[in-house]
Design a protein around this ligand. Structure first.
Ligand code: GDP
Length: 298
């Protein structure tokens, strides 16, 4: 199963290699480009994207003698160029409530991300309601309640095993009644039975559209950086289930440098709203293409 989560952490670009090795300056030739391509692939960028980035790098520089620093900064520049258009915070609309559906596989960091986002919105003066839509996992509901308390945001729950769509509908009603600015809906992330999950998500969407035909206004897919290229498959699967409007990449504080984000930007051009950089409530940063590219190229 391509969606089997691969827990092997992704290596950053190797620091001491033949490419960035002894020679102070090297000619940017085919051999050099091939080595750079391999480096990018090993950073989890995927073959297609690595090929494209090195081709862009070669343009106007092929045959020139470059220092290691010059190559690194040119590479970072090419990566940042791909990433700049997708670095976009979650848009806030003048809608009450703005409905944010949060999807992703279990363990990707959905609950944590909802808590962090709720806290940021709250601090920005927005009133937020959270709906614990993963009604089949009691632990997930409990975790979300903990995050709600931390963020100072109410969490609506339903009996274990009850219909998530009906909870979503009740949460919409409550959010409207309270005049809440934002309603964030957590969802299940079990991919063992994809048909089931798809039915569940489409029912939630159908039901909330009875209240607001434009809802959900955002469908945010949460991805775990440590799953590497697997994230590409996850985007493909979730795009079939829901109209994914943006991404949050979690666990970029670990060994994973998130080369897969470059693949995602290259393949799907979906906005990257934020990145998770730890387990605490404030560990959610805006995505910075320059900083990211610099970290990736070492
Ligand atoms: P869910 O099943 O998708 O709701 O995932 P959770 O929110 O429960 O997160 C799964 C695990 O990943 C938890 O142990 C979180 O603390 C951890 N986690 C989530 N986001 C981050 C992050 O950005 N960095 C780190 N290091 N851990 C994270």
């Amino acid at each position: 199963d391509p969606l089997e989560v691969d827990t092997k952490p992704v290596d950053p670009l190797p620091q001491k290699t033949g490419v960035f090795g002894r020679a102070p300056r090297r000619v940017l030739d085919d051999d050099m480009l091939e080595q750079l391509e391999e480096l990018l692939i090993s950073s989890d960028m995927g073959v297609d994207t690595a090929v494209r980035i090195t081709a862009n790098l070669a343009e106007g520089r092929f045959g020139r003698k470059l220092s290691t620093a010059e190559i690194k900064s040119a590479l970072a520049e090419e990566i940042a160029r791909v990433m700049e258009p997708v670095a976009r915070p979650l848009p806030i609309y003048n809608k009450k409530p703005q409905v944010i559906l949060v999807v992703g596989v279990n363990g990707s960091g959905k609950t944590t991300t909802i808590g962090k986002l709720a806290s940021q919105f709250k601090k920005a003066g927005k009133s937020v309601v959270i709906a614990a839509g993963d009604t089949f996992r009691a632990a997930a509901v409990g975790q979300l309640q903990v995050w709600g308390e931390r963020a100072g945001v109410p969490v609506m729950t339903a009996a274990e095993g009850s219909d998530p769509a009906s909870l979503a509908f009740d949460a919409m009603t409550q959010a409207e009644k309270d005049g809440a600015d934002l309603l964030m809906i957590d969802t299940a992330g079990r991919l063992q039975n994809r048909a089931d999950l798809m039915e569940e998500l489409s029912k939630i969407i159908r039901v909330i559209r009875k209240k607001d035909p434009d809802a959900p206004h955002n469908t945010v897919l949460v991805l775990d950086a440590t799953t590497g290229q697997n994230a590409v498959n996850q985007v493909e699967v979730f795009r079939k289930m829901a109209d994914v409007t943006g991404l949050v990449m979690t666990k970029l504080d670990g060994t994973a440098k998130g080369g897969v984000l470059v693949s995602l930007a290259d393949k799907f051009a979906l906005p990257i709203h934020a990145i998770g950089v730890g387990e605490q409530i404030d560990d959610l940063d805006a995505f910075d293409p320059q900083e990211f590219a610099a970290a990736l190229t070492g």
